[in-house]
Design a protein around this ligand. Structure first.
Ligand code: HEM
Length: 377
């Protein structure tokens, strides 16, 4: 309890503030925090040099209002820096309980991918475009400016890591630290260089469309993902909360969220909403607790006959869920990305890559509002 309150008082992000304050600052506005122009246009480890290899070429775009087109050589993200940044992200998670919003940040950067467009970065995907104000202002991204704020000091510390890599590193680390599976990630994603390269609004799914199954298939098939991957990835809602002042969905608070951890309020899908497990599927199936959220796009996973096969399986078998989730998450995190080097960079050559193994010290949140219910589970 003390630790959380201390974390809340130290954090700069409205994500961690009481509901009323959070309400005032949740929507990005022109006065909200955005990276400085220098930060916005910096590309990891780039310098103007003669061109040694076609693989290392790409072009910079606008800087301020002056559009410059230059050949830029970009070094791949440095594995040592990636490892060190991962440790910093772990510390951030311990003090701020921001696992869910970091997962959502990674997903919303990658989930704009359109497999029918070959050209990078027009095809969207994991390219760091979500750092720009124009994309943060898309309705689907309400509140994600707070995730960017949380990560900015880590970005500033590591000059060789792109935003695209940092978003995906933060998301995968959050899943693992919440007790989820090891995600077989690779790194080396190249960043877009300017806001004119952001995708148009409307590529991410709605939570309450007229035909939820058809809508999910339209959106996720466009990303090149299939029914199994739609159901597995939806299981990420085992973490986090929905806030009416951001997405318009969920209750302002419930007995599971009224005291945090982190900023109080919102409605969670699960009781222990900072623990990655298969309770999302078990809770939707049971559907009895009015304090837990079920969006139309969550409910349909048990209504549509093809989705239901996987949803039932994951409700019964957590290992199967972890295995499929880890694979789908890694695929999601690569969507649309341009890697330098093309084969990507692995950080885990020396560590365990068994996707079904839970980390030795699974994340346990310090405190949940309804600690009595927690004891029973
Ligand atoms: C299937 C289609 C999906 C829909 C319609 C959907 C919709 C939503 C909505 C409405 C919220 C609440 C946002 C807020 O009010 O702050 C949310 C939160 C969240 N979503 Fe999804 N989502 C989908 C898929 C995914 C996927 C694929 C992932 C990750 C792999 C994901 C991860 C999350 C997380 C972790 C949160 C909690 C964020 C927080 O607590 O700050 N979602 N989603």
């Amino acid at each position: 309890m003390m630790a959380e309150r201390l974390a809340a008082s130290l954090s700069p992000a409205s994500y961690l503030l009481p509901a009323a304050a959070s309400k005032r600052t949740a929507q990005p506005s022109s006065a909200a925090f955005f990276p400085s122009p220098r930060r916005l246009h910096s590309t990891a480890s780039c310098s103007l040099r003669p061109v040694p290899s076609p693989l290392r070429l790409f072009q910079t775009a606008a800087i301020g209002s002056r559009r410059t087109t230059s050949v830029v050589m970009c070094a791949a993200s440095d594995p040592a820096q990636l490892k060190s940044a991962r440790e910093d992200i772990k510390e951030l998670l311990k003090t701020t309980f921001c696992h869910p919003i970091l997962v959502r940040l990674g997903w919303h950067d990658a989930g704009t991918y359109d497999k029918n467009i070959a050209e990078w970065p027009k095809r969207g995907g994991a390219n760091g475009s979500l750092r720009f104000e124009i994309e943060l202002k898309h309705a689907a991204n309400a509140g994600l400016v707070n995730a960017l704020k949380l990560l900015q000091s880590i970005k500033d510390k590591y000059s060789s890591i792109t935003y695209a890599d940092l978003f995906q590193l933060a998301s995968a680390t959050a899943i693992e630290e919440a007790g989820g599976p090891k995600i077989p990630m690779k790194y080396g994603r190249v960043d877009v260089s300017g806001p004119e390269q952001c995708p148009e609004e409307g590529r991410l799914p709605d939570a309450g469309p007229p035909s939820p199954a058809g809508h999910l298939r339209n959106v996720f098939y466009r990303m090149g993902l299939d029914d199994k991957e739609i159901v597995a990835l939806s299981g990420a809602h085992t973490l986090g909360r929905s806030r009416p002042e951001r997405s318009g969905w969920g209750k302002a608070e419930t007995k599971y969220t009224k005291d945090g951890p982190g900023a109080p309020g919102g409605q969670s899908w699960t009781v222990q909403w900072l623990k990655f497990d298969n309770s999302y599927f078990r809770d939707i199936k049971e559907g009895k607790d009015e304090d837990l959220l079920i969006l139309p796009t969550d409910a349909v996973l048990f209504e549509d006959s093809q989705f239901k096969v996987y949803a039932e399986k994951y409700a019964e078998d957590e290992d199967a869920f972890f295995e499929d989730y880890a694979e789908a998450h890694a695929k999601l995190s690569d969507l649309g990305a341009k890697f330098n080097p093309p084969e990507g960079i692995s950080m885990d050559d020396d560590s365990n890559t068994n996707t079904t193994t839970t980390p030795q010290e699974p994340f346990v949140a310090a405190y949940y509002s309804d600690s009595e219910k927690r004891k029973k589970d």
